[in-house]
Design a protein around this ligand. Sequence first.
Ligand SMILES: C[S@@+](CC[C@H](N)C(=O)[O-])C[C@H]1O[C@@H](n2cnc3c(N)ncnc32)[C@H](O)[C@@H]1O
Length: 199
Amino acid sequence: MSMSPAAFHTLLALCVVSAAASVVRARMPRRPSQPIEGQGGKDAPWVPTPAELVETMLDMARVTPQDYVIDLGSGDGRNIIAAAKRGARTLGVEYNPTMIEVSQRIAVKEGVAERATFVQADLYEVDISQATVLTLFLLPENLRKLTPKFRELRPGTRIVTNRFGIEGWRAEETRRLGGDSASCCTALLYVVPAKVTGT
Ligand SMILES: C[S@@+](CC[C@H](N)C(=O)[O-])C[C@H]1O[C@@H](n2cnc3c(N)ncnc32)[C@H](O)[C@@H]1O
């Protein structure tokens, strides 16, 4: 099939434009990924703690610069970043590497990258023995599985949870935000008891 010179030139121009667009696309910086609320996670989905509850949880745990705060399943890093703003040393443990990137980006933007640290790891595998405060928004089955580790924490360590509590433990304090709504928002404070010996 023969092609008229005009058609040939049009086709050639289209090829050049398309190739140029590919080069520009390849050179453009990668758009930072945005997490989607409710997205799946390894053992729990990502559902962020509302900002007001984050501060309430840290208030209940009385976080100070002397604390070492660990968030197991740290999502976009909001609990850790808020604790770092209070001067605490912190560690966010998150399985999803994209969420780690998001957290680190926000920590830099908020000026606390030095104190807000994040590790990509399975929350069941990390050493939490040095924590003085745990901030947790996990499912009941996650908390159940972690309870033997909670028992090994130093007496006096504070554990604040969003929504779900630790089975068989008595909360020292419970605060509800947002009126009587069942789903939003309850924070519970637990304090690791002294170990009882000789029983
Ligand atoms: C309900 S969100 C809580 C996020 C954050 N702590 C907050 O309060 O906003 C639970 C988080 O745990 C993470 N996650 C689930 N299973 C995990 C695992 N085995 N190890 C580490 N992170 C996990 C999810 O990716 C998600 O970001």
